[in-house]
Design a protein around this ligand. Structure first.
Ligand code: FE
Length: 290
């Protein structure tokens, strides 16, 4: 069987306020129903439009039980944390942070020379056995992210494998695919995604199709930026740009953990007691384990 995955659901991102008043487009938010398992949250920040307000950023805050993945396309994010790490996530860079048992960090967006900031943050769940693990960073600079470029298909491979090229982010519990795909008008791209893994695509430029069926001949409505697409189960994703438009999307897939989750702000644990413990640890100053 070799089925192209059918679109299950198209989600319209909603504006939300986060941090110290940052306006974001959110298309996945942590919820006990866990319907994007292993993904918990997907935010798109773009301060290119004055309507989206001043840049406030995300002052010191905790995380526990999750991984946060920051991908910057324009501008930068300055970060520092309770482990003593600090640095800048610049254009084309990715920071894959495994918060594990606890980290405190600050994330402050800065405009690039063009005056713009553009990027994404994904939250990936951790299984119960790893929720209290040691925090870990995989900081990947733009040059370290391999790019595949052929027949009108350009893919930056952060995690997973495309045309035999492996992404630099490895040893992630969800065994994820995290790639940035740009298709020239009419170009087609097929990505294998293991059966049973959750798959979503965040369409942020242009317009195209995700075709289904055994030959990929299945009907598909055109999807235009900006939308989050959730796929049904199958063996691969088949995308094609419209003949008169390019098509760009983040393709994300991962193995679901199928565990109950209790999200609470920056924490996602398995039980209410574990959330209470996180709050207690914060109050007692024992949140960060060194
Ligand atoms: Fe954070």
């Amino acid at each position: 069987m070799n089925q192209a995955r059918k679109i299950k659901n198209i989600i319209e991102p909603q504006f939300v306020m986060e941090g110290a008043g940052v306006r974001l487009r959110r298309s996945i938010s942590p919820h006990p129903s866990n319907r994007f398992d292993p993904f918990l949250l997907f935010d798109h920040f773009a301060f290119n439009d004055p309507l989206e307000g001043p840049i406030a950023g995300f002052p010191m805050h905790p995380h526990r039980g999750i991984e946060t993945v920051t991908y910057i396309l324009e501008g930068s994010v300055n970060h520092r944390d309770s482990l003593g790490n600090s640095g800048m996530i610049g254009p084309g860079d990715v920071q894959w942070m495994t918060a594990g048992g606890g980290i405190m960090h600050e994330e402050m967006p800065r405009r690039g020379p063009s005056g713009q900031i553009y990027g994404f943050q994904l939250w990936v769940n951790l299984p119960a056995a790893l929720k209290m693990s040691q925090p870990r960073y995989q900081g990947v600079s733009a040059e370290q992210i391999p790019s595949v470029d052929q027949d009108g298909v350009k893919v930056r491979v952060v995690a997973g494998e495309v045309f035999g090229v492996k992404g630099p982010v490895t040893e992630i519990a969800a065994n994820p695919v995290y790639i940035d795909v740009t298709l020239a008008p009419g170009a087609e791209f097929v990505q294998e995604v293991p059966h049973g893994h959750t798959a979503v695509a965040y369409v942020f430029e242009g317009s195209g199709y995700f075709r289904s069926g055994e030959t990929g001949s299945g009907e598909s409505q055109a999807v235009s930026a900006v939308k989050m697409v959730q796929f049904e189960d199958g063996d691969h994703i088949r995308a094609q740009a419209k003949s008169d438009s390019s098509f760009r999307f983040m393709l994300m897939a991962g193995a679901p953990f199928m565990e109950p989750i209790v999200p609470y702000g920056p924490f996602v644990m398995n039980t209410v007691e574990e959330i209470q413990q996180a709050l207690l640890d914060l109050r007692n100053g024992t949140f960060v384990k060194q």
